[in-house]
Structure formats: C-alpha cells, structure tokens
Ligand binder design. Sequence first.
Ligand code: PLP
Length: 403
Amino acid sequence: MALTSKETFDLARQVLTGNYVRAPLSIVRGQGSYVWDAEGKRYLDLLPGLGVNGLGHCPPRVVEALRQQAGELLHIHNNYLIESQARLAQKLIQHATGMGEAKAFFCNSGTEASECAIKMARLWGKQNGGKWKFITLENGFHGRTYGALSATGQTNLHKGCEPLLPGFVHVPINDAKALEQAFQDKEVAAFIVEPVQGEGGIFSCTPEYLQTASALCDWHGALLLYDEVQAGMGRTGDLYAYQTLGAPAPDVLWLAKALGGGFPIGAVLARADACEFMVPGTHGSTFGGNPLACAAGLAVLETIEQEGLLAQVRETGVHLGKGLDALKQRFPKLVLATRRVGLMAAIDLSVPGKAYLEKCRDKGLLINCTHDTVLRLLPAMNVTCAQLDEGLSIITEVLKEQA
Ligand code: PLP
C-alpha cells in the first residue's frame, strides 16, 4: 500500500542523508502546472522541478517519446552511434546563433555540464599559452562537485569542503572594472558566467557587461563560457538567455534542467575551436546522451516549436511582471524589490521567507526561497496568465496575513 506523506517523511528522515530541507509533502502525480500529494491535495506548482519541468509536469510529447523509446532501446554506450543524440545536438546548435560550427557533448546534469566546460577550457588553455585559471562571478552557482563548486561564487556553499580547486577568482556581477582587473592575470583560460543568475536570486548581467566580457576574453586570449543550466531552454523567452539579453554569443554554453522536460540530461555546446582538444580519452560519461534522454530532449524542442512557447513566455512574462509590480506597490515595507527575466522571477523580502513559503504551501502554492529572503518563481513555459494570477493572489493573501 502507498505511504502517506507523514509515513514517507518519517521513513526518509530515517534512511536518507540529511542534506536537503524536505517539506513534509509526498508528491505522487503531476500534470502541467499542478501536482497532487499522497493525500490527494492539489497544488499549483510555480517552481516545477526547480526549473526541470520547463513544460510543466508530464508533458504529453515527452511522455510519449519516452514510452516509445523505452520499448525499443533503453541504453547503449557512446562507443556506438545514437541517432537521436546527433539529431538533438544538431538542433541545439542550429539555435545557438553566433556560435558557428559548434559541437555538443551530452551528460546527465547541470553540475556535470559545468565540469565538462571547465575541463574543456583547461584542455584548450593548456594548448594556448599554458592558461588554466578561471574568473567567475560572486553569487554565481554552477553545481556541487569540486570543479563546479570551485566556480560557484557563494562561499557559504564552500564551507567544510575546502580545499577547493585552485585557480578560481570571483568578481562582482556587472562590474567591468573588476573584470578587467582580474584579467591582469595572464594565466586566465576562461570567464564563466550565468547570463541570468538563478540560485543567486535572479540577477541579470547587462548586455554591455557581457559585451565587455567578450571583448576582454578576445583581447586576453581567453574563452567566454555561459552557464545556462537554469536560464536556458526557453525560460527567458528565447531558447538561450544570451539571446534575450542581446548579449554576444559565447565560446561554450551549457544546459541541463529543462532540456529533458523532467528526464535527466545535460549538454555542453562549444565552438569547434574551443572543443578541439576534446579528443578520445579526455572526457566521457557512461549515461550521457543515452537514447531515453535524447528522445526526451527532442520532444521538448518539438513541443517548444509546435506550441509557440517562446512567444508565450514573452507574453506571460510581462503579465507576471505586472503582478510583481503590484505586490511591491501594495507591500512597500515587506517587498524590497522584485526582479524578472522572462519567466524567472524573484521577490526580495525584508524578512526571512521561510514562514511565507510554508503558508503558501498550506494554501496550495509551491514556490521556493533562496538566500533566506528571496522568494523565487520559475513557472513552466506553458503556464497560463490565469494560473499566474492564482499564484499571485495566494502570495498576496500570505503577505497580507504576515504583514
Ligand atoms: N548551473 C546552474 C546555473 C544551476 O542553476 C544549477 C542548479 O541549480 C547547476 C549548474 C547544477 O545543476 P544540477 O543540480 O543539475 O547538477
């Protein structure tokens, strides 16, 4: 017999490691922007899968593609050809305007994609003047393994894990002077940046800053690397966030989260010269780019195209922005600021957000809180204006009660 939320909570506490803050909620079913818990209660999910369910829960094309693929071939390793992998790479590259004759590497998560990009840049740097260091942003997030964690500019996440990889410096976002200064080190191989910081609380790079970064990389002979694990795959209203920002194309860009519509997959796209030294033996992934993951990725792209979701994100994003403005006007003491790019949104509170989060959950709305005081929303690309209004009205109610 299936367990209740409480029973699963107790079992999880007993047998799972304690590295997550787990809500006492066992989610058993999802459809679009709604999920249901083990007790049958429905929730509006405005942060589906922490950005993974970019098409909402169980998008029909993805579910069907996985069903079909599962009946044909579950897994085959990368020493054979996988047609869907090559076709997915081709499509992702076709969309990557300005990256020229790029190539793709597939893995299973955002962290793995960050690791691959870091290795790729080191392989490139060693052959281009012996460069091996990285500049990244303060408050940036790139994952939890050692390379990705060293790139991550949130020192609280480093605590207890030191020593990290040498050669990483972190500079403040949108500070061209600090970046220029960091480039005085002649051993810098690459600048790693999220065009829109997600975990950091939805902070966007300005196009001018990325323009300067691109020029500095060119001038100093370094690579420009965009981590679009959270902001990519349509969430900003273009397939890639750098396109929405009007920023220059990078040398290397990586994706994960929404790429598989709920199935694990990560991808690194690189200009041909940036990945020139990825020769046999330098890198690999047993599961990376497997038939199931690539079938899901192709179905995600097909859904985005066929359902005109990029245009829809731009429209619903504007609607969400108006709702956020209204919140700020109505609760000027509680809501310090709101930020939004496409359907990535943050509400900065003047107080810790945990209690607000829990109240929202009690009232049937799922969002999250990052950096203690920032409520974050990453709705599915096919969320409707009515669903956004439903969520905003619950947030309003909760802010009113707590104000
Ligand atoms: N890079 C960015 C920008 C992310 O937002 C995340 C996860 O939130 C990661 C990397 C790590 O991805 P994953 O959790 O799939 O390993």
